[in-house]
Ligand binder design. Structure first.
Ligand code: BEZ
Length: 232
């Protein structure tokens, strides 16, 4: 972790931990070498917003897995509560056309708050005993690449989480940045010109669209992005 900050931050190595989960013990992030991981927290089992989120995430899990991304959840609850809640979701809850939903990704028990504290998932002015809705995007080298926090009352947008995992991989694979509201198929941003000569060249390059010397985009079609991300 970076110096002088109690929380894990973007660019830090993901703090390591061992934990008990609904899918057995895990050694994090070592067990996830070569994959992207979304490590996310939720406030509590048997709560409605969290239930809607778990049903949505579980329904989308295969889509994330195809983008080389595994899911790992956490809350300040024990293993038996987790198991009972996930069984209830599968057996009893029908929501927005989703039913019989099985949560196959691991859900960490964190009664001691050890993991939640390492990751800054407890934000005491929101709640001192429940984790906020934190989302950590961790790359295959174990580096935290994006962090998003939501308060207890606000359910996450899982299409946005998918957009982030694709955009991060597109940036790595093609050496580009992604502009506001980018989706695969939209133009991407190329890095700033390093010299006056290259600034002039790129203004005149037909494949590059420069609004000004510092703001240049180029086409990157959707299939090219998705083929690269989904094949890894
Ligand atoms: C919920 O998931 O519904 C929830 C959890 C904690 C506080 C408020 C809502």
């Amino acid at each position: 972790m970076g110096t002088g900050n109690q929380y894990a931050r973007i660019g830090d190595a993901a703090p390591a931990f061992k934990a008990v989960t609904t899918q057995g013990d895990i050694n994090f992030p070592a067990d996830y070498k070569d994959s992207w991981v979304i490590l996310f927290s939720h406030p509590a089992d048997f709560t409605p917003v969290c239930t809607s989120e778990f049903m949505t995430f579980a329904t989308m899990e295969e889509k994330f897995n195809k983008a080389n991304c595994k899911l790992v959840g956490l809350s300040i609850d024990g293993l038996y509560s987790h198991i009972a809640w996930l069984r209830t979701i599968k057996e009893k809850i029908e929501y927005k056309g989703m039913k019989n939903v099985e949560v196959n990704f691991p859900l960490i028990e964190d009664i001691t708050m050890e993991v939640a504290k390492k990751y800054g998932m407890i934000q005491p002015n929101e709640d001192s005993t429940k984790a906020v809705r934190a989302v950590f995007f961790i790359d295959p080298k174990g580096i935290i690449r994006t962090i998003i926090y939501y308060p207890l009352s606000l359910g996450r947008n899982f299409d946005e989480l998918y957009r982030v995992i694709i955009a991060l991989q597109a940036a790595d694979e093609f050496g580009v940045a992604t502009p506001a509201d980018w989706y695969p198929g939209d133009d991407v941003i190329i890095g700033p010109a390093g010299s006056c000569g290259s600034a002039k060249d790129r203004m005149e390059d037909g494949d590059i669209d420069c609004k000004d010397w510092f703001f240049c985009t180029k086409k990157l079609d959707k299939d090219t992005v998705m083929d690269r991300v989904l094949k890894k």
